[in-house]
Design a protein around this ligand. Structure first.
Ligand code: SAM
Length: 218
């Protein structure tokens, strides 16, 4: 898949309507608990002057928060094209447009197209991508210091929900599928890139895993 934006399932599921809802929720309520946990892990370890790479960052609200807490620059990678109008409005409103680069790139398919960053973020993304090993290997290998990601818990309930959700996608003729990848295997994949887990929080819908590079040398 050379052009990540050919994937119609992603364009349909992560539509401009989805983007508007995300932006509206953030503008009304700020970050939710899971996003606050991701931001907490990073700010607690230090993000002063850091470069941020967010994979599947949607409208970019986590980036705005990290930039307002001292990060220098953020790059957002997306597969869906439908966030751009809302993301631009959010950046204009926060006065941060010149500190964010937005790109349509699938880092798992073309990792060499993406520069490493001090910190790498994936919120609610691994569950939307079939090959977690390629995605998390690419994410971790691009993290000079910190990597944080969220994933749904893997239990009977979430697996049952997923079967139903994917049946709906199939019935609608969409090629998009959601996944509940094995948490231990995801962590092992990131650790194989020289990172070590130093933060874990288990919420009802989302678990958060924070990792630090063992020797920050890349
Ligand atoms: C559920 S949405 C989450 C968006 C945002 N992070 C949030 O929590 O509101 C998942 C997003 O990940 C993106 N995505 C999935 N795999 C990706 C990849 N390999 N590279 C870039 N974006 C990806 C999808 O296009 C989608 O916008």
């Amino acid at each position: 898949m050379s052009d990540c934006c050919d994937r119609t399932g992603y364009q349909t599921v992560f539509s401009d309507r989805f983007a508007r809802r995300l932006a509206r929720t953030y503008c009304r309520r700020g970050l939710d608990r899971t996003r606050r946990r991701l931001v907490f892990f990073l700010t607690d370890r230090g993000i002063q002057d850091a470069s941020v790479l967010e994979i599947g960052g949607g409208v970019g609200e986590i980036q705005v928060e990290l930039l307002s807490r001292g990060a220098r620059h953020a790059t957002n990678l997306e597969i869906s094209r439908n966030y751009e109008a809302e993301a631009a409005a959010l950046l204009k409103q926060s006065g941060m447009a010149d500190r964010v680069t937005r790109r349509l790139v699938d880092i798992a398919s073309t990792p060499d197209d993406v520069e490493p960053a001090d910190v790498v973020v994936l919120h609610r993304v691994v569950c939307c991508y079939p090959d977690y090993e390629r995605l998390l290997s690419a994410a971790a290998s691009h993290a000079k210091r910190l990597l944080v990601f969220s994933h749904p818990p893997r239990n009977l309930l979430t697996r049952a929900i997923l079967v139903c959700e994917n049946s709906v996608h199939r019935l609608r003729g969409s090629d998009f599928r959601a996944f509940v990848h094995p948490p231990a295997a995801m962590i092992k994949t990131a650790e194989a890139q020289g990172m070590s887990v130093s933060y874990r929080r288990r919420g009802v819908s989302w678990h958060v895993v924070g990792l630090e590079r063992l020797s920050p040398s890349i």
